[in-house]
Ligand binder design. Structure first.
Ligand code: HEM
Length: 133
């Protein structure tokens, strides 16, 4: 398991049936695991042939996930100058749904504030009209 691969070699393996991932400068052949990944195949394909260290760590994978990873190990990355930086995880389904709901919450908050301001304005206007009469 002492095979050394350059980033260029790894990046040639980004297809679902031929999928290499770099995590902590180790190269993992994830082809056999794509269909079984509890986080879905899309996130793996997104970082296929790239440095997935951040994407993998951001999720806070369990020890079990790390054990699976060891079984997929095929070599180490021969890092060269100018190689791309770790790819940050794409927004996952659960993360995007929370951000949508928080976006809606903010929108609602704005509507309530604006509504309150409009009501206050109308109240002041009526008051000033009453004063004139
Ligand atoms: C070959 C590398 C990977 C392996 C072996 C792996 C394995 C696993 C395993 C076993 C789980 C179940 C929960 C756990 O045990 O932590 C999981 C969940 C998850 N993984 Fe991965 N994973 C890998 C790469 C990635 C990458 C690169 C991402 C990118 C974002 C990712 C995103 C997720 C997400 C979002 C979940 C949570 C799914 C849920 O709880 O609904 N994984 N992964």
């Amino acid at each position: 398991m002492s095979k050394e691969l350059t980033y260029a070699e790894v990046s040639a393996h980004s297809a679902k049936k031929d999928l290499y991932l770099v995590i902590h400068d180790k190269v993992y052949d994830s082809s056999s695991f794509v269909d079984e990944h509890p986080g879905g195949e899309e996130v793996l394909l997104d970082v296929g042939g790239q440095d997935a260290t951040e994407a993998f760590e951001d999720v806070g994978h369990s020890d079990e996930a790390r054990e699976i990873l060891e079984g997929l190990l095929i070599g180490t990355l021969k890092r060269q100058e100018g190689d791309p930086k770790p790819k940050i995880a794409p927004v996952t389904a659960s993360a995007s749904s929370t951000s949508t709901s928080s976006g809606l919450g903010l929108g609602l908050y704005a509507i309530i504030l604006l509504g309150g301001a409009a009501a206050f304005g109308a109240y002041k206007y009526v008051q000033s009209q009453e004063g004139k009469a």
